[in-house]
Design a protein around this ligand. Sequence first.
Ligand code: ADP
Ligand code: MG
Length: 318
Amino acid sequence: MTTSVLGIADDRALGSAVRVIVTRPASLAAAKAAVDDVLAAIDVAASRFRPDSELSLLNARPDQVIKVSPLLARAISAALRGAELTNGAVDPTVGSAVRLSGYDSDFGSIARNGVAMDLVAHRVPGWRAIRFSEATRTVVIPRGVELDLGATGKALAADLAAEAAANIVSDGGVLVSLGGDIAVAGEAPADGWAIQASDDSAAAISDSEETISIASGGVATSGTTVRRWVRAGVVLHHIIDPATGMPVRSMWRTATVAAGTCVDANIASTAAIVMGEWAIGWLRTQRMPARLVEVGGRVHRIAGWPDWAESKLNPTIL
Ligand code: ADP
Ligand code: MG
């Protein structure tokens, strides 16, 4: 892929770096505008940091039947699908657990180092407590349950933004990355979209880092090394084990997965961190190509994720 023929725009939204890449540079402004519209709509619908978001209003009205917008309905449905597929390893009822672990405002404003905080282990209420009808777009959140759509919502935003941008540009393809949750749409470059797998989505593009190619769908990365904070010497991070309601102690520091959509890739990447060693068998059964990095740095390539040495010579399109 010759990077010089691509158009690239960088920005920030939803608490993450946003990167939009188009194969026809002339369509960059139109594609970026389409992406911005989708990200703004997702923020209004599903942000847990905006008191006026539809999600915050929903969480503030427990035990009532609430009709939600089509976009929030899609985000809830993606989150519940994630819970079902992963047997609850990914569970949107982690809301209060995430907040009580200290991730209670936009990540940029969270103190990286702070005083002790009391954490009490509690299994999260569980996704089956949510009553949701896709047909009527109605939801009932039981009292005491807080929905958090942080995992699947950002991935859904990437999928919808890439699709909207590809629909608006007359030809060529679009890649949208939201803090490393990546979706592509439209016509891919001849040798696919080259995606670098790193612990941190802000890592510089480098020849010495591992790269795969995708022609469609999405790639997502979840990890415990970037969104982390320290309280009285205890390292906390943003991925919650639904069984304890506390940041999971995983054998993996980073999980990167490729799938037909960014939502599916993200369901699997978050689940892999929570599942620990069970993730290997689960990803194989799901036939989802994945790259898992142990806390100590050992890399596992699963379900068709290309061997690095081979793919360097001949980039494999997943
Ligand atoms: P990233 O935000 O870096 O892409 P993930 O996609 O794994 O990482 O999403 C993590 C976010 O999802 C957390 O910030 C939190 O809001 C939420 N979350 C944390 N643990 C879980 C879980 N077990 N199931 C569902 N959502 C979770
Ligand atoms: Mg993600």
